[in-house]
Design a protein around this ligand. Structure first.
Ligand SMILES: [Zn+2]
Length: 94
């Protein structure tokens, strides 16, 4: 069995373990429903990936949940449409 040559102080142990911790996952925002999504994965809220529907999310829900989810998606789309690109007229009004 290996025997340590010198005693490691708590400080040294702490310093070597400084980078051993759980890091936050980098999340992107779904362009359709604006929910946080892991990169390179389909959105579990709306089932879209790269602008195409990959998962039929609404098909697996109950009638009540389906209505709520459809409402959320519509609201997200509405808020997306309101954000129009900047124009010179819009900037001058601000
Ligand atoms: Zn989504």
């Amino acid at each position: 069995m290996a025997v340590p040559r010198h005693k490691h102080t708590r400080s040294k142990v702490g310093k070597s373990r400084m980078h051993k911790y759980i890091k936050f996952a980098h999340l992107n925002v779904c362009p359709k429903c604006k929910k946080p999504v892991l990169s390179h994965t389909a959105c579990l809220n709306c089932g879209f990936y790269k602008g195409k529907e990959v998962i039929n999310v609404l098909g697996e829900l109950t009638k009540k949940d389906k209505k709520i989810r459809e409402k959320q998606i519509k609201e997200a789309e509405k808020s997306q449409k309101k954000e129009s690109p900047l124009t010179m007229e819009g900037l001058s009004q601000k």
